[in-house]
Design a protein around this ligand. Structure first.
Ligand code: F6P
Length: 327
């Protein structure tokens, strides 16, 4: 394998807290190993367009605690095509880039696997607040998002208890209920609604009435974004069918608040560990075509083909706990 003299780093897909910590670790590790570093701006869109900047150690100073990504990001339809990926590969080769670190979620890493199959050496680093990346216990951003939700739900509980209200709190997770499940447990929610275990609006109504009858001062229902039939339909159902019963109901959509903010200590450490391992395993060749994963606290290298081939199932243990404590 030829020596890598110049490596690039890209963040693509939805941003998460901790991306900057990863960019910093990648840049400084590569520089320490004698390689030059190219930052790709605007995610895969910038990769296709050749939006590259040389990164120095100073460029990544003071960014460890910053949310977002200093490189920018995008959701790229074009990178999902063979033509887009070939254009990106040509841009990397034109710029003399020998290897690439891709920091992304499952869509981004699936794209990275296709680029790798075209013959470009790269290593993936998982980031997503949804914790839906197969092949790793957790990803950069999950811990910070959960802490943000816990803080927000705590505030909601204060006002809910004062007014004796039920709150439907929507958290992110289009296809995966992890954030709802975990936040339901750590916030002491009365019910959790996730795409993997659909409950009917009538079941939710009955739960709200039951919690009211028990004499609780609040009722917190955490709703995953991807739970069918969705928050609006649920609210409509409760308003039209159960107006007089149980609590007065309000709704809160936490939305992109969950994606911003300073990363927690856990996310900074995880991003730094993964960034260092990604560069070292790119340079020595052992990680090429792999994603850095975390298993039982230890980093490992998982083939991208495996990591991107299947959805990550929800933890049976967390489902069991929620069954006991959120019902
Ligand atoms: O995939 C991460 C995620 O935050 C999902 O939980 C959410 O559904 C989606 O991104 C929102 O995407 P966007 O920022 O493009 O609206």
């Amino acid at each position: 394998m030829k020596d890598m003299k110049r490596i690039a780093v890209v963040t693509s897909g939805g941003d998460v807290p901790g991306l900057n910590a990863a960019i910093r670790a990648v840049t400084r590790t590569a520089l320490a190993c004698g390689a030059r570093v190219i930052g790709v701006q605007r995610g895969y869109e910038g990769l296709i367009a050749g939006e590259f900047i040389e990164m120095t150690s100073k460029d990544v100073g003071g960014i460890l605690r910053k949310g977002g990504t200093i490189l920018g990001t995008s959701r790229s339809e074009r990178f999902m095509t063979d033509e887009g990926r070939r254009a990106a590969k040509a841009q990397l080769e034109r710029a003399g880039v020998d290897g690439l670190i891709v920091i992304g979620g499952n869509g981004t890493l699936a794209g990275a696997n296709e680029l790798y199959k075209l013959g470009f050496p790269l290593v993936g680093v998982p980031k997503t607040i949804d914790n839906d990346q197969y092949g790793t216990d957790t990803a950069i951003g999950v811990d910070t998002a959960l802490n943000t939700i816990a803080e927000a739900v705590g505030r909601i509980k204060d006002t809910a208890s004062s007014h004796r209200r039920a709150f439907l709190v929507e958290v992110m997770g289009r296809r995966c209920g992890y954030l709802a499940l975990a936040s339901g447990i750590i916030c002491g929610a009365e019910m959790v609604l996730i795409p993997e275990h659909p409950a009917t609006p009538d079941e939710v109504a009955h739960r709200i009435i039951e919690v009211s009858r028990i004499g609780k001062a609040h009722c917190i229902i955490i709703v995953a974004e991807g739970w069918p039939p969705g928050l609006r339909a649920l609210q409509h159902h409760l308003l039209t069918n159960h107006v007089e019963e149980g609590f007065d109901v309000r709704e809160v959509v936490l939305g992109h608040v969950q994606r911003g903010g300073t990363p927690t200590a856990f996310d900074r450490l995880l991003a730094t560990r993964m960034g260092v391992r990604a560069v070292e395993s790119l340079l020595d060749g052992s990680g090429i075509g792999h994603m850095v994963g975390l298993h039982g606290g230890q980093l490992s290298l998982v083939p991208l083909a495996v990591a991107t081939a299947q959805p990550k199932p929800l933890s049976p243990e967390l489902l069991h706990i929620a069954d006991i404590l959120c019902h």
